[in-house]
Write a protein of this length. Structure first.
Length: 118
């Protein structure tokens, strides 16, 4: 019988701190962290939320360090976030994965809950 585990990750980002990092890092910072889809028309607040979701995913799933493009945060027609994994990452052990991003004042929080088999 396959062993199934619940994995969780949580991240909190202060938007102003993120804005400063983004300004200091410029385009290289953005290209290192975000896919073109994630960058498309995104505000600083939305990018901070996507970053928090990626951090939460790395914590929950133990994704390869340093490769921010292995996971992409996409939004469905209703605006709900979901995770998509790059082809080079074998995500077959991830049975299901939910992501939530919430903005409040100067903070953004994201959580990832996943069922992982194996």
């Amino acid at each position: 019988m396959e062993r199934v585990q619940v994995k969780t990750g949580l991240d909190l980002v202060r938007v102003e701190d993120f804005r400063r990092s983004m300004e200091a890092g410029g385009d290289a910072f953005l290209r290192r962290l975000y896919s073109p889809v994630e960058l498309q028309g995104a505000s600083v607040e939305r990018l901070a939320g996507i970053f928090a979701a990626k951090e939460a995913a790395y914590k929950a799933l133990g994704l390869p360090k340093g490769n921010w493009l292995v996971v992409e945060v996409r939004h469905d027609d209703e605006g709900r976030p979901r995770l998509a994994f790059a082809r080079e990452y074998d995500a077959s052990h991830i049975l299901s994965c939910d992501v939530s991003i919430s903005h409040h004042g100067e903070y953004v929080v994201a959580s990832v809950v996943a069922l992982v088999g194996g």
